[in-house]
Design a protein around this ligand. Structure first.
Ligand code: ADP
Length: 228
């Protein structure tokens, strides 16, 4: 699903965010990306959905060489991915239903299919009764569940999440993690950057730890490994 070889990322100000990173992630994996602040986690995540392109090395995501991809193809490439951010990024003037339906309308799905899928993903995140409300009327955890519903509505092969529980209390964080677990059980690959030690230590999934822009540790059934 993801093959990164010899990837480096140097920002235009000369800041070296990643150096010579080689990792592979298989279809169906569930991976936590951890490490101290400034270690390169966000840079790693941003490379995966072509928010940025590597300075050096090769990166394949879902069979595409992402670094070489013309910008005109990036929107099509991203439609195969689900992306979840710490700050939800919902459209405030659209209802919950329309926030999710919008992601499908973009791919020109027929209206009946949109309705079926949106209802399905709203059920999955347990928010069917909030379909007609607006994001500002929801709690943080509910907003993140909407963001996840939107991320998975087009059946992505890969869900990428950058600190998705960063603004949430522990109980609400667990609701989010359980949803990711469910999606992963259905075959979707999950890559999630996090500082949540309890979640990582409890889930016992693969852990890729970055330190100073390098992979410091890559463990199956790994632990968080840092003091928070
Ligand atoms: P993390 O997510 O682990 O906190 P980042 O990937 O955000 O780490 O940052 C890694 C390094 O790259 C840091 O030194 C950071 O200051 C630098 N960096 C991140 N984004 C940018 C940017 N847009 N421009 C310049 N330097 C950046």
């Amino acid at each position: 699903m993801i093959r990164m070889s010899g990837v480096s990322m140097v920002y235009s100000n000369g800041s070296v965010a990643l150096s010579d990173v080689t990792v592979g992630i298989k279809k169906g994996d569930f991976v936590f990306v951890v490490g101290p602040s400034g270690a390169g986690k966000s840079t790693f995540i941003k490379l995966l959905f072509r928010e940025i392109a590597p300075t050096n090395g090769h990166l394949f995501v879902n069979g595409r060489e992402v670094g070489e991809m013309p910008l005109s193809e990036v929107p099509y490439f991203r439609r195969q991915l689900g992306i979840v951010f710490q700050d939800y990024r919902l459209l405030p003037n659209k209802t919950v239903y329309d926030n999710i339906a919008f992601a499908m309308a973009v791919i020109e799905a027929p209206r009946r299919e949109i309705q079926k899928r949106v209802d399905h993903v709203l059920d999955l995140v347990n928010l069917r009764d909030k379909a007609r409300t607006y994001p500002t009327q929801l709690s943080g955890g509910e907003q993140q569940r909407v963001a996840i519903a939107r991320a998975i509505v087009n059946n992505p092969v890969l869900v990428i999440a950058d600190e998705p529980t960063g603004n949430l209390d522990p109980d609400t964080s667990w609701e989010i993690i359980r949803i990711f677990e469910h999606i992963n059980r259905d075959g979707t690959t999950i890559v999630m950057a996090t500082h949540d030690k309890t979640v990582v230590d409890t889930m016992k999934k693969r852990v890729i730890a970055f330190e100073k822009g390098r992979v410091a540790r890559d463990q199956e059934k790994g632990a968080y490994g840092y003091e928070n």
